[in-house]
Ligand binder design. Structure first.
Ligand code: URP
Ligand code: ZN
Ligand code: ZN
Ligand code: ZN
Length: 457
């Protein structure tokens, strides 16, 4: 035995139990019972032992809005580890006119030897001539079993319905899951340009130009296209009642339509975009933050099982230097906000507030995303045979979130000044302690690429 964790309370998606955990060669090899002598013992008295968090929506080291993100794999994944996340699935983005092999090679050059935690890729396709569609079909065998397409951002990432249909067809044939950014890009652009023509250029108009129906229309259309082809579909960052209604209706008629929400939609509202002194720009992401009523519905949908997970959609655009570009025109503000480190702590407040049970929390931040994206039971649970990705969580400790305490390369936190109760203290990645009592003690390259299984396999 390399390591035994004693005195902790193990929490999985289905049970809460007091037992010791034995770890060897990076795997959990024993739960409970008598243990052989171990090289090291960790006392977890007063701690929950949670499976490491799985964040299936991150944009690490990427370029968008002509801007290079502040975070690299080294900084973003170090921050993730400190927040109790031990696996991410990052978006590997095709260049316009580029091949998918080039995109994967590009992402490998950013991630290999740099990541603090394990990681997989989804592929983003922005152009899909026949050769790219053919290439897409080869990715699932390489462990890249999800494809993402954007229904918004014309001139940048937006694809048309035919491309989405082709991708859905390939996904169905090859065992992949298509993920969509569901917003009607033309409607958003139309409203946006109209505001700017009227001199309405402040960040709040980002939210006002992307009302809930912009999202709901594309959600319904994406689901309908998936249904027409007979493929499963996953809606990223679902934010509002209108889109949720479309998802529920699709599920009710038997479509395999899955969706996530993100931390920011549970805590931020569109009023945050109206903060003075251009501070609203920090909260410019798409779809925009909504209302308190939508937040309530999202929490309920999480508790009732309608949504698969809460991901971070981590983007690292600096307030000073990146978001600034849109001071005179909100259309130039890079879209996105950070949250890879804060995610578990923020979602856990739902447990403190009685919105989620402890097991539901684990299910939503670790187990279900692992299942949907082909990583379970290697990731997302604590069981004999699983990777020993374990978080020693202190449910009693309080912590006030400030950017200064975060481990990424950002200059602001989306949750600055909020006090949380319940924090990750010690984090193991495949049995190696990478965070010890809140201090990062891992190294770049601790994390490895994960080849994921096909959808439903
Ligand atoms: O505003 C956001 N969410 N930016 C990141 C790209 C995306 O749409 O997921
Ligand atoms: Zn192009
Ligand atoms: Zn998106
Ligand atoms: Zn995103």
């Amino acid at each position: 035995m390399d390591l035994v964790i004693t005195n902790g309370t193990i929490v999985t998606a289905s049970s809460i139990s007091r037992a010791d955990i034995g770890i060897k060669d990076g795997k959990v090899v024993q739960i409970g019972g008598e243990f052989d002598p171990a090289a090291r013992t960790l006392d977890a008295a007063g701690r929950y032992l949670l499976p490491g968090g799985v964040d299936v929506h991150t944009h690490v080291d990427s370029v968008s809005f002509d801007t290079q993100s502040a975070d690299t794999f080294e900084t973003a994944t170090r921050a993730a580890a400190c927040g109790g996340t031990t696996t991410i699935i990052d978006f590997c983005q095709q260049e316009h006119g580029g091949t998918l092999a080039e995109a994967v090679a590009d992402w490998d050059s950013k991630s290999v030897g740099k990541a603090a935690i394990d990681y997989g890729y989804h592929i983003i396709i922005v152009d899909a001539p026949d050769a790219v569609i053919e290439e897409l079909a080869t990715l699932p065998d390489k462990g890249i079993t999800s494809f993402k397409l954007f229904m918004a951002y014309r001139g940048m990432n937006m694809i048309d319905d035919v491309t989405l249909l082709k991708a859905l067809d390939v996904a169905k044939r090859t065992g992949a899951l298509v993920m969509v950014h569901a917003e009607n890009g033309d409607a958003a652009d139309y409203l946006r340009d109209k505001f700017v023509a009227e001199g309405k250029v402040e960040p709040i108009y980002h939210a006002l130009s992307r009302p809930p129906r912009v999202e709901a229309e594309a959600t319904a259309r994406a689901i309908a296209l998936a249904e027409i082809v007979g493929a499963p579909i996953y809606i990223v960052h679902l934010t509002c009642d209108e889109a949720l209604q479309e998802l529920m209706r699709a599920k009710a008629r038997g479509v395999t339509a899955l969706a996530e929400t993100c931390t920011q939609y549970l805590y931020l509202t569109k009023e945050d975009l109206a903060r003075p002194d251009f501070e609203g720009a920090k909260y410019v992401f798409t779809p925009p933050a909504r209302s308190v009523a939508d937040q309530e519905l999202l929490w309920k949908a999480l508790a009732d099982g309608w949504l698969e997970t809460v991901s971070s959609d981590h983007c690292s655009w600096l307030f000073k230097g990146h978001k600034d570009k849109g001071r005179d025109d909100f259309r130039k503000i890079p879209n996105g906000a950070p949250g890879i480190e804060e995610r578990l702590m923020m979602v856990y407040q739902g447990v403190n507030e009685g919105r989620l049970s402890l097991t539901q929390f684990v299910d939503l931040v670790a187990t279900r995303p692992s299942k949907v994206f082909g990583l379970f039971p290697q990731k997302g649970t604590i069981a004999v045979g699983s990777d020993a990705d374990i978080v020693l969580w202190d449910p009693e400790e309080t912590f006030t979130i400030t950017q200064g305490a975060m481990h990424n390369a950002m200059d602001y936190s989306s949750y600055e000044g909020r006090t949380v109760k319940g924090v990750p203290k010690t984090v193991l990645l495949r049995g190696k302690v990478v965070v010890e009592d809140g201090r990062y003690v891992g190294a770049p390259g601790d994390g490895s690429f994960l080849k994921r299984r096909k959808f439903g396999a």
